[in-house]
Design a protein around this ligand. Structure first.
Ligand code: ZN
Length: 359
């Protein structure tokens, strides 16, 4: 369903309109010419001082997920299925737990069918409260016959979730951590919506303390990572707690963290959870990625140490949250009456011949 004013115009006009209005966590139509990025602010060594995560496997996963032979990972296409199988296998080999006996959770939608990859680790202290760590693994496929690799968007978040899952398997979290690698984000947050609307039993939305979503966290040409949710999630107390947590988590990092960046909260997978009142943190380089949705979003252009440092910060954030025994009371929910419904949930890619047609 889309807003009435959008329904009155045809799909083509709508696509053109939305191309300007909607930007999945990024700069919309800019960057399509392949313009090179502005020069970096200076020669900064982003290498984390005392990293918890090894760089090599993180980078290897990023490279494998965004390889051209994955065809741009569009939902429903073979390259997407190849990556999905690889992710499910990894969850298996890491020793994560699965819901209902499988890491793969198929879903149907009016825009096509997809498969989320979901696993979890049971918390040692608070097993009935969960932090949901998410990233979408799908991308947009091809553009003018060329594969759009989606290294930043969002092989970066996907590989980060794999690395963090491996770390947490070895260092068991106090709260349950659910790892959600979602499909169909690029077609309108489809996998996240399907998961939020149909949580695996016995989980309920109120058992999800927080969603931490990683979408485009590598191509930080300005040396900074934006974080959404810190000024809109829950109550004022929640917001100051989240902001302090994120800021503290990056205090030793060369990456500059910019909280209160609420511009694209409806344009990535936290959206369906936000819409249901679940507090969230959304990590994204946003408009700093000049290659957003272009054929230039490739592995070879990723600043590896910056990316590594961001993943460290995302892990540190999660660990600081997990270390709070009173986490569910530190992160409060807005009253039901204050939960605003989603205005526009889906995105349209104007170049696609298979753009959503149903409303
Ligand atoms: Zn995208």
């Amino acid at each position: 369903m889309i807003p009435t004013f959008l329904r009155r115009i045809g799909p083509r006009a709508l696509s053109l309109l939305l191309a300007g209005l909607l930007a999945a966590c990024g700069g919309g139509s800019k960057g399509d010419s392949g313009t090179p990025p502005p020069p970096p602010p200076g020669p900064v060594d982003y290498t984390p001082a005392s990293p918890r995560l090894a760089k090599a496997p993180l980078i290897a996963d990023l490279q494998a997920i965004s390889a051209p032979d994955k065809g741009g990972r569009r939902m429903g296409e073979p390259g997407n299925a190849t990556v999905r199988a690889m992710l499910a296998e990894r969850f298996q080999s890491l020793g994560l737990q699965s819901f209902n006996g499988s890491f793969e959770r198929p879903f149907t939608s009016g825009y096509g069918n997809g498969v989320n990859v979901v696993g979890y680790l049971t918390g040692t202290q608070h097993p009935d409260k969960a932090i949901l760590l998410t990233a979408h693994f799908d991308h947009i496929g091809t553009k003018n016959g060329q594969v759009v690799c989606g290294a930043d968007d969002n092989a970066s978040g996907t590989a980060a979730v794999l690395a963090i899952a491996a770390y947490l398997k070895a260092h068991p979290p106090a709260h349950t951590v659910i790892f959600g690698l979602f499909d169909g984000e690029e077609l309108g947050l489809l996998g996240a919506e399907a998961f939020a609307a149909n949580l695996p039993a016995p989980w309920r939305l109120q058992d999800l303390v927080l969603v931490e979503n990683l979408d485009m966290i590598a191509q930080g040409t300005q040396g900074r990572i934006f974080v959404g949710g810190t000024s809109v999630s829950g109550t004022a107390n929640t917001q100051s707690f989240l902001k302090a947590t994120v800021t503290g988590a990056f205090s030793a990092s060369k990456v500059k963290v910019v909280p209160d960046y609420e511009r694209y909260n409806n344009q990535s997978d936290q959206g369906p959870f936000k819409d249901r009142g679940v507090p969230f943190l959304f990590f994204c380089v946003a408009d700093d990625d000049p290659y957003y949705h272009t054929v230039n979003d490739t592995f070879d252009r990723i600043p590896q140490d910056f990316y590594w440092a961001v993943v460290e910060g995302a892990l540190e954030t999660l660990l600081r949250l997990d270390a709070q025994a009173a986490l569910p009371t530190l992160i409060e929910r807005p009253a039901a009456r204050d939960i605003a419904p989603f205005a526009v949930r889906w995105k349209v890619h104007p170049w696609s011949r298979r753009a959503p047609e149903k409303e």
